[in-house]
Design a protein around this ligand. Sequence first.
Ligand SMILES: [Fe+2]
Length: 282
Amino acid sequence: MPLNPRQLTKNIGVEIIGLDLSKKTNGKTLQEIQDLFLEYQVLYFGQQNLSSAAHVRFGQIFGELQIHVMNQYHESAHPELYRLSNIGEDGKPNGIFPDQGTHAWHTDASWQEYTGQATIIYCELATSKGGDTHFSDMYGAYDRLSDDWRHKLKNMRAAHSLHFSRNRRHGHQPMTHEQRNSTPTVDHPICRTHPDTHKKSVFLGDHAEHIIGLPYETGRAWIDELNQLIVHDDLTYKHKWKQGDFLVWDNRCLMHRVENYDASREGRTIRRCTTIDPRRPH
Ligand SMILES: [Fe+2]
């Protein structure tokens, strides 16, 4: 069956209609999915009914799955799945927004030496208001950088640290010593070349702490300024979640963030897995 893609915005995002991901997908269809992933950066499959096992199986199509260091979010039977929910043990909303770091623009696993490739996410429970995920195109961000910024950023590398971003946004629930020790600070080029499309993008976000070779505060100021400058409303797709929605996105050329919602009134549960690119950013 040929895929029936529908573009979600003029530059990023495509909806693939009529494909049941719980069933085995043939090689030709998988290749089409991979091609659309590279071309549109966000894939949206609606009205799915996917078990955790099927979710992991589909995720593996995109590469090797990360086992996230923040193991308190692991789904017990499938540690590849990172589960974020505000549903308490009594089955009701507990008022706590899980992982507040996700409010800030970021790219998944930029704090690892080998960074996030695809994030594959399934919505078990959606809110009626808020909780949307926003995606912003980092190819477009690179294209729109001023000559001055392009010159300043040439060959510059940013230091990325999960401890830095976690502490900043989630200081009341710090990382354990083991978690911290297994995530040393790494550095990546600020302007990177996508290993498959060979296009340039800006690679920063909330895990970027400082810039190698600049005084710490100067690097912080540049990163704060750039993290705002590189998000353009007309290059952004905002996804309003419905139960059964399934999204795949490319962390090498996008940033994303999650809107707040009233976690004391409405329940929201998503589970995600992320594949790691075996090629270092360059
Ligand atoms: Fe994320």
